[in-house]
Design a protein around this ligand. Structure first.
Ligand code: HEC
Ligand code: HEC
Length: 214
């Protein structure tokens, strides 16, 4: 009897050990499957969106994707057309980890065709900010090639959909989107005019990719 108990205990302890390891593992195949079944319909088969209002996620940083999926799951992320939240509510922690890791590994979006004059003005804002209005340069946090900063909340913006970028900046400006820690984007967009926003959105959408992986 004593021996039986000891063995049972040992087996249980081993099982706990094994599941603790599995909990941190990333399953890219499962991430791809979830993407194909759920996300691809709106965000594209390889994370490059075909719809102007819906963002691309190819090569986006896994930590950024994870943070936003958790916010949507908690019904706590700006979702103007209420298309995203219901898709995030059923996701498990493992689903979020797997799909974020898979999306981060896809090739970045190619860059969109935009109004060139608008994008030229946008590039000035992106690299120099708007000193008169106390707007910081975007490249400080989003990288010289729009690549963002790995391992944090600093989003990749290169080749993102122009309309999505513009609407997101307006949503920060209007205090609708509040997912930015320390008000980093609300304070930035809040000091920009609609024309500034349109220009910088055009520039970011037009940026072509550099090879960089998460
Ligand atoms: C019915 C369409 C639809 C489906 C399906 C969908 N999404 Fe979304 N998703 C959206 C829309 C629309 C937005 C933009 C919300 C906004 O305007 O800020 C969005 C936003 C996001 C964002 C935030 C992007 C950013 O740059 O901040 C992430 C991350 C995301 N979706 C991931 C996913 C994943 C992963 C799946 C699959 C599990 C998925 N979505 C399924 C429509 C959808
Ligand atoms: C101090 C750092 C900082 C600066 C400067 C900054 N950003 Fe951001 N930006 C962030 C962070 C952090 C996020 C992610 C916030 C969130 O999770 O909602 C973000 C998010 C964004 C998003 C949303 C991306 C998405 O996929 O939804 C856009 C668009 C954006 N920034 C544009 C700009 C532009 C344009 C400028 C320059 C005028 C700028 N940012 C300057 C830190 C910064």
């Amino acid at each position: 009897m004593y021996k039986f108990t000891l063995t049972g205990f040992t087996v249980a302890a081993l099982a706990i050990g094994a599941s603790a390891v599995q909990a941190d593992e990333i399953d890219l195949d499962a991430g791809e499957e979830l993407n194909n079944q759920v996300c691809a319909a709106c965000h594209g088969a390889t994370g490059v969106s075909d719809v102007d209002e819906w963002p691309s996620h190819a090569a986006q940083h896994a930590d950024y994707i994870k943070y936003h999926l958790e916010l949507f799951r908690d019904e706590d992320r700006w979702d103007p057309d209420m298309l995203m939240t219901e898709n995030a509510v059923p996701l498990s922690d493992a689903d979020i980890r797997n799909v974020a890791a898979w999306l981060a590994k896809q090739d970045p979006p190619p860059g969109e065709d935009v109004d060139e004059e608008l994008a030229e003005r946008g590039a000035e804002i992106y690299y120099a900010g708007i000193p008169d209005d106390n707007v910081a340069s975007c490249n400080a946090c989003h990288g010289p090639q729009g690549e963002g900063i790995k391992g944090g909340q600093f989003a990749r913006v290169q080749g993102q959909k122009e309309t999505y970028l513009r609407e997101s900046l307006k949503a920060y400006k209007d205090e609708n989107r509040v997912s930015d820690r320390n008000r980093m984007m609300r304070d930035t967009a809040g000091r920009m005019s609609e024309e500034d926003i349109e220009a910088v959105a055009a520039y970011m959408a037009s940026m072509t990719p550099v090879s960089e992986e998460d």
